[in-house]
Structures are given as structure tokens and as C-alpha cells.
Design a protein around this ligand. Structure first.
Ligand code: AMP
Length: 188
């Protein structure tokens, strides 16, 4: 494991927040399979001061009054979503992997490098016009985010924003999601 080099870092909330994220991410080569550089944000979650500053950065970027609910994508998105929700006084709605939700749910499948993944969201998650902030840890190819944003809209929500702690720019997720805006605290 090596710590990500933090000189000259950039992100949509400016270099200071980008630097904070960069200081608490570990690069794990060949996980979960050979050739993948896993961006491990557990050190960020484990540092109460930095995690709090990162959450404050997310809230400051969107504005406290700009969303009515926060969606977290299983599983690391749940950690971020719960903190943002608590900081702003709104609720958390989980987007889960297939088969985990107990009541009727919308489902969206998307292609992975090998095979397919499915995400689900309770059909009654939102009332019409609910403004929803979606959060996750890492944006890679954008398939996970695209499926999640579609689910939010199918359930009657309006996507108020999409935030990730770290964006792997070379994988083109931002372009895939366009014209929907992406807010990435750190871009690599
Ligand atoms: P994607 O659908 O390709 O944008 O992948 C994004 C989802 O997979 C997020 O929920 C991430 O948690 C996870 N992910 C993909 N690539 C990585 C990576 N290199 N490091 C950490 N998590 C990743």
C-alpha cells in the first residue's frame, strides 16, 4: 500500500478539500482483482476531524437547503450519506444491491467489466418532487452512478446533486453522466 501523492491535487471544491481527501486515501494495487488500483477511503472515514471537514465541504458546496433527502450507494456510500443527512437534518435512503430490500423496489442493471450488476431502490422512497442528493465514495466508469440516478428519477425524486469523494477521471464517468453535474472532492 502506498499513500496517494498529494502535491498539486484538484477537485470541484478547491485544492484544500482535495488535499484533505488525498491525505486519507490509500492505493491498494490489484484489489479486488489484478490490474485494479483500489482507492481505499477507510482511513478518511476513521479520522473524525477529516471526515467532519469533508462532510462540511459537501454540505457547503450544495447548500444546506438544496436537498430533502440523501441517497447512499451500497456500501461505502451509506457512511457518507448518513453523515451528510445528520449534518443537514434530512433523512437517508439506501440504494442497495439486488435482493436486499424487503418491499417492492425499482431495479436497474448495468454492465460491469465481466458480467452485470443490479441496484434497487424502494418504490415509495420519495414523494414527487423530492430533491435528492446522491453520494458515493468513488466514481469510476459511472455505471453505478448512472443506474442510481435513473432509479431516483423512476421513484419520483429529482436529482439535486451527485457527489463523490474521489473521481477516477481517466475512466470517463463524468462524461457518461453528462449533462448531469458531478461534484468530486478529489479528481485523479
Ligand atoms: P463505476 O460504476 O465503474 O463508476 O464504479 C463505482 C463503484 O465501484 C463505486 O461504488 C465504488 O465504490 C466502486 N469502485 C470502482 N472502482 C473503484 C476503485 N478503483 N477503488 C474503489 N472503489 C471503486
Amino acid at each position: 500500500m502506498t499513500e496517494t501523492h498529494s502535491a498539486g491535487v484538484r477537485g470541484d471544491s478547491g485544492p484544500q478539500v482535495a488535499e484533505l481527501v488525498a491525505s486519507r486515501v490509500l492505493d491498494v494495487p490489484d484489489f479486488p482483482k489484478p490490474g485494479v488500483m483500489f482507492k481505499d477511503l477507510m482511513p478518511l472515514f476513521a479520522d473524525g476531524t477529516v471526515f467532519g471537514q469533508v462532510v462540511d465541504g459537501i454540505v457547503a458546496y450544495h447548500g444546506r437547503e438544496s436537498f430533502d433527502a440523501v441517497v447512499g450507494i451500497e456500501a461505502r456510500g451509506f457512511v457518507i450519506a448518513a453523515a451528510v443527512a445528520y449534518a443537514t437534518g434530512v433523512g437517508v435512503v439506501p440504494v442497495r444491491k439486488a435482493g436486499k430490500l424487503p418491499r417492492p423496489a425499482y431495479s436497474a442493471s448495468y454492465a460491469l467489466e465481466y458480467g452485470e450488476a443490479t441496484l434497487e431502490l424502494h418504490e415509495d422512497a420519495f414523494t414527487a418532487g423530492h430533491r435528492v442528493l446522491v453520494v458515493d465514495d468513488v466514481l469510476a466508469t459511472g455505471g453505478t452512478a448512472e443506474a442510481t440516478l435513473d432509479l431516483v428519477e423512476r421513484a419520483g425524486g429529482t436529482v439535486a446533486g451527485f457527489t463523490v469523494l474521489l473521481e477516477l477521471g481517466f475512466l470517463g464517468g463524468r462524461e457518461r453522466l453528462a449533462p448531469r453535474p458531478v461534484h468530486a472532492l478529489l479528481q485523479v
